[in-house]
Each structure stands twice: as structure tokens, then as C-alpha cells.
Write a protein that binds this ligand. Structure first.
Ligand SMILES: [Zn+2]
Length: 347
């Protein structure tokens, strides 16, 4: 047995972690609380083989998942599917060298731009900032140090796929069918869901966050909502989000409503000339926000990322936040997190 799976940081777990059977021969690996890089995986067993959906952000955590699968299921993983190219879903792929790795073409292109080695240097850099800097750099260092500290980035190698697809792909494992649908760009360009019809289950990757504010790196928001509608059209009974507890179509509808709500409220402020940063702060501090379900979601500071996407779409420019732009966006995210924690009044 792998023992209880708690959160990766100090927070008490909001839901049970570890390997959970969600339908016959169909499992989710849940990593509470679904906060930054506390990502879930899936496993579908057919006959004497299994398909793994996603890995964790580092090798140590991925080994823990693989050990739980070996102990509690005991069927070899022959195929691994990545729902997208973010490191917290693919950084353990090298531990399954004999399994065929399948992802969308767009995810393959994004994987080529990943650099897990840089995470090690970032981890050291932000730790030093937290300890020795003062003022805003210290705040930035503290936030990213908190975000990165549970992970061990040594030895991670980017693995390219053995098979890619565009649109849809059907995989067969034993007597089971898995339908892969590429629904990006939304959270990332390569966003893919895995639909398992005989289990009425969808593994949604980061198209669904439950109980935690989503963060969009690519957008547009309209594309994300179209992806949510595509998931709903499959009428699944069980949906495993990329982050958060096992969910259902209610969570999909709620996230769809969040995007409409945020687009409406942010667009009004942006049209009045309010900056993205100030719009994000004003929104998450508003009574209207507190009255909605998202007023209770973790990581409200990610609203900054989401309003960047909304702002760019309004201005008719590409919404994608590039790797080069991410440090500046994270600077703003850290700033908002610190301001919310301190209870500071809006500037
Ligand atoms: Zn993720």
C-alpha cells in the first residue's frame, strides 16, 4: 500500500487522495488539493493491459503513482496518453520507456518547447530571492518558492510521443475503447480529453479544474467554453479534472458559467480603461465574486492570467501567453496573492 496521499504543501486535504476506482477497471489518481501542480492522473484497464493518462510533475511523485498501480491493480501499463504538454502532466513519462506515448500533434509541438532543466535553476533562484531579497522581489520569490518547493526536478528528460493524432483517435485496450478528442487550444494548444464510453467517464485534463481557479496559458476563453460544451455533449456521468476531486457535468457547467461571468465583468472594467492587474484585484474583492461559487475556489490570484486572455481577445491579438511572458505574469499573480493575503485595499 502507498499510504495516505495528502497535499503537497501544508494545507489540509479537502478530498481523499490516491488511487480510486471510479468505474469498473477505471481509476483516478487524485492529488489533493488540486492546487499548483497537484495534478491528477487516470488509468483504464482492459484485459491484461492498462492505459495511463498523464504523469506527475516529477519522477518521485510519478514513481509513487506507478507503485500504487502495481500494488493495487497489478496490470502493466502498455500505453500512456498526455492530456497536454504542461510539465505537471508529463514529467514522469521517461519512467515508462516500454509504453507507447500518445498525444495530440499540438501537444507534441508544445513538448518540444518544454525545458524541465530550467525548473531546477528557477527553484534555486526563487529560494534565494525569498531568503535574501526585499520588497516585491522577495514577495515574488516567496510565491514561486512555495509553488516549486514540493518537487524534485533533477533528472527529468522531455520525451517525445511515439504516436500523434489530430482531431480524434480511438485506442483499444483489451475489450475497452478509449476515445481521444483534441479540443484545444484552450488551457494549452494541445488539450485532449479521454472519453471512456463503457464507463461513462471523461478524463478532462486541465480543461476542468474543480474547487480551484483555472489558469489559462493559451486561450481563447471562447475556445475553452467550446471544449466544455464538447465534454457535456458526451454526457459522461463521471469527470476526472486535471486538478481537484472527481466531478460531474455540474462542475463543467459551473466552469462554463465562470468564463462567461469573468468575461462580462472583466470586459466592462477593461472598456473603462482599467488595467488587467487592477481589474483582477477589483473583481476578486467584489461582493459579486464572493457570492459566486468561484469566490470560494483556491488560487483566486490566477484571475490575472485569465483576464490577460480576455484582454488580448478584446484587442484582437493572439491570446497565447508565451514562456517568455510567463515570469512577468507570475510576478503579477504573486503580487495579487500577497495583496489578498495582507487584506490590502485596492490601489
Ligand atoms: Zn495541470
Amino acid at each position: 500500500m502507498t499510504g495516505p496521499v495528502g497535499t503537497l504543501r501544508e494545507a489540509p486535504a479537502r478530498f481523499a487522495g490516491g488511487l480510486t476506482e471510479i468505474a469498473p477497471q477505471t481509476y483516478a489518481w487524485l492529488q489533493p488539493n488540486g492546487d499548483w501542480s497537484e495534478s491528477n492522473c487516470g488509468l483504464v484497464v482492459g484485459g491484461d493491459a492498462a492505459v495511463l493518462i498523464d504523469t506527475a510533475w516529477d519522477l518521485r511523485l510519478t514513481r509513487r503513482i506507478l507503485a500504487a498501480v502495481a500494488d493495487e491493480v497489478g496490470v502493466p501499463i502498455r500505453t500512456v496518453v498526455a492530456t497536454h504538454a504542461d510539465g505537471d502532466h508529463v514529467n514522469g513519462l521517461q519512467l515508462l520507456p516500454d509504453a507507447e506515448f500518445v498525444c495530440a500533434e499540438a501537444a507534441r509541438d508544445e513538448l518540444a518547447g518544454e525545458n524541465p532543466g530550467a525548473l531546477r535553476w528557477s527553484q534555486t533562484g526563487v529560494h534565494l530571492l525569498r531568503r535574501f531579497a526585499i520588497g516585491p522581489p522577495r514577495r515574488f520569490g516567496a510565491y514561486l518558492d512555495w509553488m516549486l518547493s514540493p518537487f524534485e526536478f533533477r533528472g527529468i528528460e522531455v520525451r517525445g510521443p511515439d504516436r500523434t493524432f489530430a482531431g480524434r483517435l480511438q485506442l483499444t485496450v483489451g475489450d475497452r475503447e478509449l476515445h481521444l478528442h483534441h479540443l484545444g487550444p484552450a488551457h494549452t494548444a494541445g488539450d485532449t480529453i479521454v472519453h471512456v464510453p463503457d464507463a461513462a467517464t471523461v478524463f478532462a485534463g486541465d480543461l476542468l479544474f474543480t474547487g480551484v481557479t483555472p489558469n489559462g496559458w493559451t486561450g481563447p476563453v471562447a475556445g475553452w467554453q467550446a471544449a466544455l460544451h464538447a465534454i457535456a455533449a458526451l454526457e459522461p456521468e463521471v469527470i476526472v479534472p486535471g486538478h481537484g476531486p472527481v466531478s460531474d457535468l455540474g462542475a463543467v457547467a459551473e466552469l462554463d458559467r465562470y468564463w462567461s461571468w469573468l468575461t462580462e465583468h472583466a470586459s466592462r472594467l477593461l472598456a473603462d480603461g482599467v488595467s488587467v492587474d487592477d481589474a483582477a484585484e477589483a473583481i476578486v474583492r467584489s461582493d459579486a465574486f464572493a457570492a459566486e461559487p468561484w469566490g470560494r475556489w483556491d488560487c483566486p490570484e490566477r484571475t490575472v492570467c485569465n483576464i490577460v486572455l480576455i484582454d488580448r481577445a478584446r484587442r484582437g491579438v493572439p491570446t497565447h501567453i508565451t514562456h517568455r511572458e510567463r515570469p512577468l505574469i507570475m510576478w503579477k499573480v504573486a503580487r495579487l496573492a500577497a495583496r489578498l493575503r495582507a487584506g490590502a485595499t485596492p490601489a
